[in-house]
Design a protein around this ligand. Structure first.
Ligand SMILES: *Cc1c(COP(=O)(O)O)cnc(C)c1O
Length: 240
């Protein structure tokens, strides 16, 4: 555990102020969407997605009580993480190559982007070697987009069954990045899959997290049962 140091004032206070405002606005947006869906807003976690964001901005967010960070890139994560203030939790959300699994297992609290049996098996192997059980989400290519990662919905039952049998893993839910067009349609499909699997009560499968919704569509995702929204641009501004 790192020490929980006080957060130094940013030399660029206007930037920090703007950041605080956008954090407040997103929290407000989550609360309103939850209200509309008849849900408690504390059933929805806000993740700050940190790709290309400076550690200083990440620390401003942590200072505002953001406790969950999403990392896409292994190298970038390792170059920044020493500078991050405590307390925070990190989930890996980017495409993970099997040769980077050794670095990531044990360095993050969850891997959200498990999109093949091969990757699941490698995470299991490394986790067991390190004496860990790694919480994972299965990433679904719900829009069947050729350029996107994730398993196709019809492959999910097989991946789920195989992953559930691996002692170094703990399946905690599903993740998706739906197409921007007709996002609501795909969120509804994800919710269906999520409910369907939850009702089956498979051993070693704990459907607690449905990770969907980004800056453009998180309010819609909340209407369809998202329990974790992943926000980059909406908090930190557009990426260079
Ligand atoms: C970049 C990214 C996000 C955040 O996207 P924004 O549109 O900037 O909010 C969420 N999830 C994943 C997997 C990402 O790569």
């Amino acid at each position: 555990m790192k020490l929980n140091r006080p957060i130094p004032d940013s030399p660029d206070n206007t930037r920090a102020d703007a950041l605080r405002q956008s954090i407040a606005a997103v929290r407000q947006g989550i609360a309103e969407a939850a209200d509309r869906a008849g849900r408690q807003s504390d059933t929805i976690r806000l993740m700050a997605v940190t790709k290309t964001v400076s550690p200083q901005d990440v620390n401003t967010a942590i200072g505002e009580g953001i406790t969950l960070l999403g990392e896409n890139r292994v190298q970038e994560f390792f170059s920044k993480r020493e500078e991050y203030l405590s307390p925070h939790e990190v989930h890996f959300i980017g495409h993970l190559q099997t040769n980077k699994v050794r670095q990531i297992v044990g360095a993050v609290e969850m891997i959200q982007s498990v999109d093949s049996i091969h990757l699941a098996e490698e995470i299991d192997r490394v986790s067991q070697k390190k004496g860990l059980v790694t919480p994972i989400l299965l990433e679904i290519n719900i829009g069947r987009q050729e350029t996107k990662s994730g398993v196709l919905p019809e492959v999910l039952p097989e991946l789920l069954e195989r992953a559930a049998a691996l002692p170094g893993l703990r399946v905690e839910g599903l993740m998706a990045i739906p197409p921007q067009e007709n996002a609501a349609y795909y969120f509804a499909k994800m919710q269906e899959l999520f409910i369907d699997i939850s009702s089956k009560k498979v051993d070693n499968v704990y459907m607690s997290t449905l990770s969907m919704g980004m800056s453009q569509d998180y309010k819609e995702a909340i209407q369809y049962g998202s329990t974790l929204v992943r926000i980059g641009t909406g908090l930190f501004g557009s990426r260079k």
